[in-house]
Write a protein that binds this ligand. Structure first.
Ligand SMILES: [Zn+2]
Ligand SMILES: [Zn+2]
Ligand SMILES: [Zn+2]
Length: 212
């Protein structure tokens, strides 16, 4: 069976351009995908979960912050096209599809966006976006994520990480607030806040971690 190339796309909250990335091989090789807008001001993160779910953190052009979604791999990789909407503005902000679908959907949401701007008599994107967000909403670097992953796997092996169900196997995800370590069985979590994750070296000597 010939499979068409799969793309993922979002509109950058900073420059307003559609950022498109190939996701074809990502499903089977890396477990973390980062798609950065060429302007450098926003990035989408996607992660494959063990249960064939895809966890995605996507910048929203309307809210100027990331929204988190979980979709099945089938939706992301097999459906001809698929879009996800911002929970606040109800506008589509994330697209999956082949090249044609992405181009079409990108054009359509571009028009929707200019309509919104026109209706609100706004000249530029920042006129319709919330202004009270500060820099801490910026996502942590994948390198930092890897550092934490390494740390958690090491603590797992040394059994210095624990949770109410003593599951013994833990995972990480990006959230709006930072990097969260969690137990897939009981759901207990520990958050490394966004403002501290850039200084990740401090955590490399963590003796014990108790998820709650
Ligand atoms: Zn941009
Ligand atoms: Zn939004
Ligand atoms: Zn647990």
């Amino acid at each position: 069976m010939e499979t068409k190339k799969r793309y993922i796309a979002y509109r950058c909250p900073s420059c307003g351009d559609l950022t498109v990335g190939l996701i074809g091989k990502f499903a089977f090789s890396a477990d973390l995908l980062r798609l950065k807008c060429p302007c450098g001001e926003s990035a989408l993160d996607a992660k494959i979960r063990a249960n064939h779910k895809l966890e995605i953190s996507v910048p929203c052009v309307y809210c100027k912050k990331n929204h988190n979604y979980t979709v099945t791999e089938d939706i992301a990789f097999l459906r001809e096209r698929f879009s996800l909407a911002c929970p606040y503005s109800n506008m589509n902000i994330l697209h999956f599809g082949d090249e044609d679908a992405i181009t079409e959907d990108g054009k359509r949401t571009g028009l929707e966006l200019s309509d919104v701007l026109k209706n609100l008599e706004a000249d530029k994107l920042s006129d319709i976006q919330p202004q009270d967000l500060d820099k801490e909403d910026i996502l942590p670097d994948p390198a930092v994520y890897d550092t934490f992953r390494f740390l958690v796997k090491e603590m797992e092996a040394e059994k210095t990480i624990d949770c109410p169900c003593h599951g013994g196997s833990y995972d990480l995800r990006f959230t709006d607030d930072g990097i969260q370590v969690y137990c897939p069985s009981c759901g207990a979590t520990h958050l490394f806040p966004a403002e501290s994750v850039s200084a990740s070296e401090d955590y490399l000597t963590l003796d014990k971690l108790e998820l709650k």
